[in-house]
Write a protein that binds this ligand. Structure first.
Ligand code: DGJ
Length: 732
């Protein structure tokens, strides 16, 4: 099993999981049962300890989560409670008894009792997909609801994956009103929360806020996740970018998610996350199960950058698809900004020829290639090539691209339909709607009801055909509208409020089925920009489009934000002519910004003059020489654009023999005029071998030891507004 554990309703998928056993019969070391009576488990990663046990009232309770070796990382006092009160701080908080925490489980039993009572039944320590896993089974004895809590331990990355399976073992249905993925309890302290906010064209903005007593909720209700479900929590003033304890995490889910930061008046902090059950409920029939998506939580003893490094390693080695995780991403050209819907074969070939000349490896046609698609008002849903635009068919065009020596990619938006399409005319009942309500449109789109199997079968047929009949190496999977009117009039009553869960479950299955049949095709997730980027989507999609805003100074901020949660290996970044904020940075600057991620070009390159072609050719060649560092190296964020008008990112190879430093000015303030420029004429590098000597490109052909570069640093050699430098360090 991989991260692909999105909400699955049904038995089959879960049975494999529940019956898993240690592969070698041994208990993995990361999880130990340290006491039989009372039962206490200790989960150790490189840097963290997670401890939990069973209290004398039978309730499973959290004991500690934090750094190894701190006084008090082993404790048992919450295990002895007054049974008249019962345990109120729970490993899986449920609605029942005294409810002191934000609940993870809220159900209604057939007799309308809404009070749950989950007590310990059994546990198992086993190996799941190569990693140790603890399963604890809890049961509401009277109503026979079984809740299994899973903790899978990625010890070398200090990461825990948490999820629940709810199983109805009674002979009458149970209504599930809420099932979160997991909860974590932190000791009383003053905490700051770092999280994203975003909107179209302004994604991945970082916000820091103090968590005061009460609940801070981050959530999505309309499927559109401009703000990815990531967080970092740190004791007030005790942690920064490179030092101090940070708890971090993400909800790995592509639908509506929520994360609550529940600070009690005692000062303790509960972190809880999972599916947002707002306007959602599901009925579990007898013997039916519901598996939540995963909540990823981790601990970094070395600040926010340490948290990101752990998440990057985890995403690259444990989350991305096995088929593609070890391959470097190609340099792509996408003609969207150059031609938009006006796709003409000859013009595309001209762009392709120029793309090849400058070193592009993958040529992508975006929106506008299919029947009836002359603007955004028509055509969505009908996935046949527009013969007016490609008279010899798509594959004959692709052949010309492959003959040039590039691979070919294409844009699709499977989940949407225009009213002006053959699909909508044939199946108006296939869109989400309520009978007596307006089905609102966004970008002239209605949303197909992927909760319906017939819709998914149609979509699989269309895209399987597209991929089978054409030599396509790359898919950009877009989604351009928010969810509204999530009605499914034909469905039986018990499915009405499950529609969002089923939609996302079926979406995942659709992508999985296409990838199972076409495993070598690279996929990119896009959603009107960065509206659907999360670790579950990245277990399917090999890379992500963070924003439609390609202005380089805006991108410096977004990329800095993005890299907190996700690795550069997934961060598509283009050089374009389009400028949302009227700045006019040089072409070199645009390249230098895009080269810190997955380099792409979206300019109208057919119009470039010789000078621009020359710059692009050199930059693309330079990118190819460092892309392994960017895509697979260790990131150090050295200067934050959220604090200054500057930014520095550094990527280091695993063996520390090579590194690349991206240095950017956004606005070049007069030296010594601001805190950021006082005494900061040098940037101290990180993560190098102190004893190695590095040749530093673009530094007057100098060499310096790792020790010097880390203690004294590189001089700030970017001068002027929107100026940049790329330094390549090669160990001698
Ligand atoms: C929105 C995406 O973010 C753009 O990159 C482009 O693909 C358009 N959709 C096409 O309609």
């Amino acid at each position: 099993m991989t991260l692909r554990n999105s909400a699955v309703i049904g038995l089959a998928a879960c049975m494999t999981l529940v019956s898993a056993r240690p592969v070698d019969g041994k208990t993995p070391d990361a999880i130990t049962l340290v006491s039989q009576s009372p039962l206490i488990w200790r989960i150790e990663t490189n840097a963290s300890v997670y401890q939990l046990g069973v209290a004398n009232d039978g309730i499973v309770v959290p004991l500690f989560y934090g750094s190894q070796g701190v006084p008090g990382d082993i404790r048992d006092f919450p295990l002895k409670v007054n049974p008249l009160v019962g345990s109120t701080i729970r490993e899986v908080p449920f609605r029942g008894g005294f409810v002191e925490q934000t609940p993870a489980v809220e159900v209604v039993y057939p007799d309308l009792t809404r009070d749950c009572d989950l007590t310990f039944q059994s546990h198992e320590i086993f190996t799941l997909d190569g990693a140790p896993c603890l399963r604890i089974d809890m049961l509401d004895k009277h109503y026979k609801l079984r809740v299994s809590s899973f903790i899978r331990v990625i010890a070398d990355k200090d990461i825990l994956e948490k999820w629940l399976i709810l199983k109805n073992e009674a002979d009458a249905p149970v209504l599930v009103e809420n099932a979160q993925s997991g909860s974590v309890q932190l000791d009383a302290d003053e905490y700051d929360l770092l999280h994203f906010s975003g909107r179209w064209s302004d994604e991945f903005m970082l916000h820091k806020t103090k968590l005061t007593p009460g609940v801070k909720t981050l959530q999505v209700r309309d499927f559109f996740s401009w703000t990815s479900p990531w967080f970092a929590v740190m004791p007030d003033g005790a942690a920064d970018e490179h030092s101090g304890p940070v708890w971090f995490g993400q909800v790995a889910y592509s639908g509506n998610w929520r994360m609550d930061f529940d600070k009690s008046s005692s000062g303790a902090l509960q972190l809880i996350g999972g599916v947002n059950f707002w306007d959602t409920a599901l009925t579990l029939a007898p013997q039916q199960e519901f598996k939540t998506p995963k909540l990823i939580v981790g601990f970094s003893p070395d600040g926010l950058n340490g948290a990101s490094q752990r998440l990057h390693d985890y995403a690259r080695n444990d989350v991305l698809r096995k088929e593609t995780r070890n391959t470097l991403r190609p340099v792509l050209y996408n003609s969207w900004f150059a031609t938009e819907f006006d796709v003409k074969q000859e013009e595309q070939l001209k762009l392709a020829k120029r793309a090849k000349d400058i070193g592009v490896e993958l040529f992508v046609i975006d929106d506008g290639w299919f029947k009836g698609r002359v603007n955004d008002k028509a055509g969505l849903g009908d996935w046949d090539v527009d013969k007016a635009k490609f008279p010899d068919g798509l594959n004959s065009f692709i052949e010309k691209i492959t003959q040039m020596g590039m691979s070919f990619g294409i844009w699709i938006e499977p989940e949407m339909v225009n009213k002006d399409s053959d699909l909508y005319r044939a199946h108006p009942e296939w869109v989400l709607h309520y009978p007596y309500r307006v089905a609102h449109e966004q970008r002239n789109q209605l949303m197909l009801n992927l909760a319906r199997q017939d819709v998914c079968d149609y979509l699989f047929g269309q895209f399987d055909k597209l991929l089978s009949e054409n030599n396509i190496a790359f898919i950009k999977w877009d989604r351009n509208r928010q969810l509204s009117e999530p009605g499914w009039p034909d469905a039986p009553p018990q499915l009405q409020r499950q529609v969002r869960l089923r939609y996302i479950d079926n979406l995942n299955k659709l992508i999985d089925a296409l990838q199972a049949k076409h495993p070598a095709v690279l996929f990119e997730t896009c959603s009107g920009g960065g509206g659907r980027i999360n670790l579950d989507m990245l277990s399917r999609m090999d890379q992500a489009w963070p924003s439609d805003n390609t202005n380089p100074t805006a991108r410096i901020m977004m990329q800095y934000g993005y890299l907190n949660a996700f690795p550069a290996k997934t961060m598509a970044s283009w050089v374009t002519d389009v400028d949302w904020h009227n700045a006019a940075p040089s072409l070199e600057y645009r390249f230098d910004v895009a080269m810190a991620g997955l380099l792409g070009i979206g300019s109208n390159i057919a119009k470039w003059d010789d000078r621009q072609v020359d710059i692009a050719t050199k930059k693309i060649a330079q990118y190819k020489s460092i892309r392994d560092l960017v895509q697979d190296g260790t990131l150090y964020r050295l200067v934050s654009p959220f604090d200054t008008q500057r930014c520095v990112l550094q990527y280091v190879s695993a063996d520390k023999s090579r590194a690349v430093v991206f240095m950017y000015n956004m606005w070049d303030t007069v030296q010594l005029s601001t805190n950021a420029t006082k005494g900061s004429q040098f940037v101290k590098l990180k993560g190098l071998d102190p004893d190695a000597v590095y040749a530093v490109s673009d530094f007057w052909d100098r060499s310096a030891s790792g020790r010097t570069l880390m203690n004294i640093g590189l001089p700030w050699l970017a001068w002027g507004d929107t100026a940049s430098k790329i330094f390549i360090l090669t160990g001698k």
